[in-house]
Design a protein around this ligand. Structure first.
Ligand SMILES: [Zn+2]
Length: 131
């Protein structure tokens, strides 16, 4: 019984893969059309939508406030890398990939990230610099 259902599932996957291969051009046109419709309806791209969504999920994960002064204004909040290396990590990545990576790491229990407001962020980064 179990073997039969595994085989049936394998056959279904194989059929789906072949169907997608046969209909690839049509599917690409459909997905391009869907993306264009999204852009027309919202005034920004689907990629922008996902980027904002991941950023807001990161903010929610980190309690939507500055770790130091507790300010709640999202316009001021930035993602701080506790052990440094933020610029290096962001370089070479688009924001969608960057935010998705951070969100995954947070969901896997990473303590590498904090939310800081712009003022607290610059103070933390310059700690000891003017002494
Ligand atoms: Zn702050």
């Amino acid at each position: 019984m179990a073997i039969k259902s595994i085989r049936a599932r394998e056959n279904q996957r194989k059929y789906q893969k072949e169907w997608q291969q046969r209909n690839r051009i049509r599917l690409n046109e459909k997905s391009r059309e869907r993306l264009k419709n999204f852009q027309d309806n919202h005034g920004f791209s689907y990629t922008t939508h996902l980027t904002r969504k991941y950023k807001m999920e990161i903010f929610a994960f980190l309690l939507n406030r500055c770790t130091k002064c507790r300010i709640l204004d999202k316009r001021l909040l930035q993602i701080h890398h506790v052990n440094g290396g933020g610029t290096k990590e962001r370089n070479g990545l688009d924001y969608l990939t960057y935010y998705r990576k951070i969100l995954r790491e947070l969901q896997n229990g990473s303590k590498e990230y904090q939310l800081l407001c712009a003022n607290c962020h610059i103070l933390v980064d310059l700690e000891g610099y003017y002494l």
